[in-house]
Design a protein around this ligand. Structure first.
Ligand code: HEM
Ligand code: ISQ
Length: 154
């Protein structure tokens, strides 16, 4: 089914709420990833050498923010042209970063679940199934592009 204006608005509006507290929401996103998959800790450079999740880590915040922003961008593209395209250089780079750090397809489900839970918590009473579906679809299309690129990696 086509991605509607309404779906795009649900994604955009919730991102507007979420971005008002990047430090807390990026930390929550990351903490949720590790709750679901504790072993993922070893893949992240900013965690490898610490026992706890750093509370104020610039890399964690900027990476988490990028994931959210890229998913929003993906929603916009889905509505505008019905497909998600990531620039070649960005895709190549992300493909190699993820392969290099040992990310596999299954992990994308973990990050998706964590992303959805983070949005749900952040927007509180504004949450709806429809909002979850819109983020889900945008994320899946973006994830598919990154996964395809990862398979091209030597
Ligand atoms: C790094 C985005 C899925 C694990 C990154 C970076 C971005 C990103 C933007 C930073 C690259 C850089 O500037 O160095 C995304 C997006 C995803 C996704 C948009 C899904 C649509 C995943 C999944 C995992 C994962 C499923 C596995 C749990 C990592 C790791 C790094 C990374 C380990 C390197 C972090 C470091 O140590 O610097 N990702 N990612 N990512 N991502 Fe993802
Ligand atoms: C990198 N890739 C996917 C998800 C992330 C969450 C937090 C920080 C970095 C990330």
């Amino acid at each position: 089914m086509a991605f509607t204006e309404k779906q795009e608005a649900l994604v955009k509006d919730s991102w507007e709420i979420l971005k008002q507290n990047i430090p807390e929401n990026s930390l929550r996103f990351f903490t949720t990833i590790l709750e679901i998959a504790p072993a993922a800790k070893a893949m992240f450079s900013f965690l490898r050498d610490s026992d706890e999740i750093p509370q104020n880590n610039a890399k964690l915040k900027s990476h988490a923010t990028k994931v959210f922003k890229m998913t929003c961008e993906s929603a916009l593209q889905l509505r505008e042209k019905g497909e998600v395209t990531v620039s070649d250089t960005t895709l190549k780079y992300l493909g190699s970063v993820h392969v290099k750090n040992g990310v596999i397809d299954l992990h994308f489900e973990v990050v998706k679940e964590a992303l959805l839970r983070t949005i749900k918590e952040a927007v509180g009473e504004n949450w709806s199934e429809e909002m979850g579906c819109a983020w889900s679809e945008a994320y899946d299309k973006l994830a598919a592009a990154i996964k395809a690129e990862m398979k091209q990696e030597p």
